[in-house]
Design a protein around this ligand. Structure first.
Ligand code: PEP
Length: 256
């Protein structure tokens, strides 16, 4: 199989108004020379209200980074006040959408069934889901983290066809490492990312498992990204806090 292209995605969460978004993308464009984009795919994932501005800047200046969204409605249109559909995101050229982030699972009570419906919505509109899974501290301490994460992956991929599974991105984000400054060791990341790939192989076969990109997320910075992405089954990182600093994020992408 073709080698998996390393992938770094910046999840801005609920930060940056549209002017700040433009400034951040411009700074990032200056900070990360074009030659790096051959070796690493770079995505920015701004809030919905910034997507149009970011799209216009990326397209207009032919920037080599891509963009996506942080959430998607499971529905295609209708009476769903406040939601944003896959059709709307596709119209804004979103390449990716985060699905099942732990903050949405926790704060908004999203369960596996809803995460699965959102994965299907993204696929229907030609947007690649970045499916997030990960265990909380209690599950980790009980030694149940691998079972927990592989179960979340299997549930999220219910009735997903193999041709769509092939392009999928899965992010392993231990909840205890998100925004806490506490990063999983490279060996911890490798253990779960490899198990996730095995779960994909069990469902879709080795060839598809070999093409799926599995990322690590949780307090990734320029100083720790190198050892994490050096692991065999870790194909990049989903980056929260550090993606809001253009220089740090550019350095992190260059190292990856
Ligand atoms: C995230 O929320 O996807 C994340 C990894 O956050 P941070 O890098 O800030 O821990």
């Amino acid at each position: 199989p073709a080698p998996r292209r390393p992938f770094i995605a910046g999840n801005w969460k609920m930060n940056c108004n549209h002017l700040e978004a433009l400034a951040l993308v411009q700074k990032l464009a200056f900070a990360l020379p074009e030659k790096y984009y051959d070796k690493v795919e770079v995505a920015v994932l701004p809030p919905f209200t910034d997507i149009r501005s970011v799209q216009t800047l990326i397209d207009g200046d032919k920037l080599l980074m891509v963009h996506g969204a942080q959430d998607i409605s499971p529905h295609d249109s209708g009476a769903y006040t406040g939601d944003v559909s896959g059709a709307m995101l596709a119209k804004l050229s979103c390449s990716y959408v985060v699905v099942g982030h732990s903050e949405r699972r926790e704060i908004h009570g999203e369960d596996d069934a809803l995460v699965n419906a959102k994965v299907h919505a993204a696929i229907r509109h030609g947007i690649v889901p970045i499916l997030c899974v990960g265990e909380g501290l209690a599950v980790r301490e009980a030694g149940e983290h691998v079972a927990h994460c592989t179960r979340q992956v299997t549930a999220a991929l219910e009735k997903v066809q193999s041709q769509h599974a092939q392009t999928l991105v899965i992010a392993y984000e231990p909840v205890w490492a998100i925004g806490t400054g506490r990063v999983a060791s490279a060996a911890d990341a490798q253990e779960v990312c490899a198990s996730i790939r095995e779960a994909v192989a069990a469902k879709y076969g080795q060839a598809i498992a070999a093409s799926v990109r599995v990322l690590y997320g949780g307090s990734v910075k320029a100083k720790n990204v190198g050892e994490i992405v050096a692991e065999r089954d870790v194909d990049g990182a989903l980056v929260g806090g550090a993606s809001l600093d253009a220089d740090e994020f550019a350095q992190l992408c260059a190292i990856a």
